[in-house]
Design a binder for this molecule. Structure first.
Ligand code: FAD
Length: 330
């Protein structure tokens, strides 16, 4: 029995020793997308052997950026026209080739549109089950994720030889961008050529990006029209905030759907979240309830948003918001 216990202990230690994680970097060729730093922090919880794959075209700046991130040991660099637009069809064979070469036990990325698009394909090709949007790592094979719009936590043990997962950025601190000195190594794969990236048109905005903003001002159906969102934009500009919205506001056509916060929108956890004319349906709360301080402005004192709010103002938003903006001008 003693020998069995010892063997178990030894194999446990060996498992921890031989963890190695690949983080797939999301970037724009010029800049690393911040949530990659959160994914790197998650990877570090699995052990010290963290590599980061930077694939792209002319992405030398990002390679430099990543090599300085604390905790990254090696940067795998892949530059080719085929990686333009970071298409999953082209990145997957590259990740599979890297996995074969370096025997990674874990492969992860942030749970953004990029990660959600890529990693299920990688998992399918490896014939393993992907784990999406994890919020905690209990051990190298046990992860926590939310279910039922964040109303329950599910702890999942993964028996697959390679664990493939996406990381909810708001649940892990960003890794420090200085202090690391990773080695660089080139990796390649042959282009597949089944799809081609043509162009992308991004909405230009001077405001901070919704998922990384420190302050978010969100509007709901209570705003009544798209034009009235100007009230929120004016307030947001005073607070250097991003503007978000409930699904009802998006469905009514007040604002485009990239502003949607919630279960089927973006997940945010800013220092300050101001919910204006939003009732607080569970599907909305799923996207913002981890915010540090929540302020709710609603004319209905019974609105469920007040149950999660740190500060609640029962008032007509058409009066309260201009007053707040005015007060901030002083
Ligand atoms: C599968 C599924 C997924 C979903 N995903 C999401 C999601 O990702 N994000 C999301 O937000 N929703 C989502 N929903 C929808 C969600 O259930 C709600 O319908 C939605 O969040 C309601 O939006 P709202 O709070 O803006 O509108 P309402 O519920 O209509 O609330 C409007 C609020 O404005 C207040 N108000 C009105 N006039 C004023 C005024 N003059 N001054 C102050 N307050 C005022 C009212 O008192 C009310 O509380 C989802 C639903 C389903 C079924």
């Amino acid at each position: 029995e003693m020998r069995m216990a010892l063997t178990r202990m030894l194999s446990c230690c060996l498992i921890i020793l031989f963890q190695s994680t690949l983080v797939v970097a999301e970037h724009t060729n010029d800049k690393l997308t911040p949530l990659t730093l959160n994914a790197i922090s998650a990877a570090r919880k699995l052990g010290d052997d963290v590599s980061c794959l930077v694939a792209g075209t002319g992405c030398a700046k990002v390679v430099e950026e990543v090599s300085k991130v604390l905790g990254v040991k090696k940067v795998l660099v892949a530059q080719h026209d085929a990686y333009r637009g970071l298409l999953p069809e082209e990145l997957t064979p590259l990740i599979l080739a890297s996995q074969k070469q370096f025997q990674f036990t874990h492969i992860c990325a942030g749970a953004s549109a990029f990660g959600k698009n890529l990693l299920p394909r990688v998992a399918a090709k490896l014939d393993v089950a992907p784990l999406s949007d994890i919020i905690e790592i209990k051990s190298p094979d046990t992860f926590v994720r939310t279910i039922y719009a964040g109303n329950a936590l599910s702890t999942v043990k993964c028996n697959d030889p390679v664990k493939v997962f996406t990381v909810r950025a708001t649940s892990f601190e960003a890794a420090p961008v200085e202090g690391g000195s990773a080695t660089k190594e080139e990796v390649t794969s042959s282009p597949v050529g089944v799809s081609e990236w043509i162009e992308q048109n991004l909405t230009k905005s001077d405001r901070p990006e919704l998922t990384s903003a420190k302050v978010v001002v969100s509007g709901g159906r209570g705003l009544k029209s798209g034009d009235n969102f100007k009230l929120l934009y004016d307030l947001a500009d005073k607070l250097n905030a991003a503007v978000g919205a409930s699904r009802a506001a998006v469905d009514a056509g007040f604002v485009p759907n990239d502003l949607q916060v919630g279960q089927t929108g973006k997940i945010v956890a800013p220092e300050l979240y101001i919910a204006v004319g939003i009732s607080g349906a569970i599907q909305h709360l799923a996207g913002m309830k981890d915010s540090k301080t929540i302020v709710a402005i609603n004319k209905d004192p019974e609105a469920p948003i007040f149950q999660v709010a740190d500060y609640g103002l029962v008032a007509d938003l058409f009066k309260a918001i201009p007053e707040m903006t005015e007060a901030l001008k002083k």
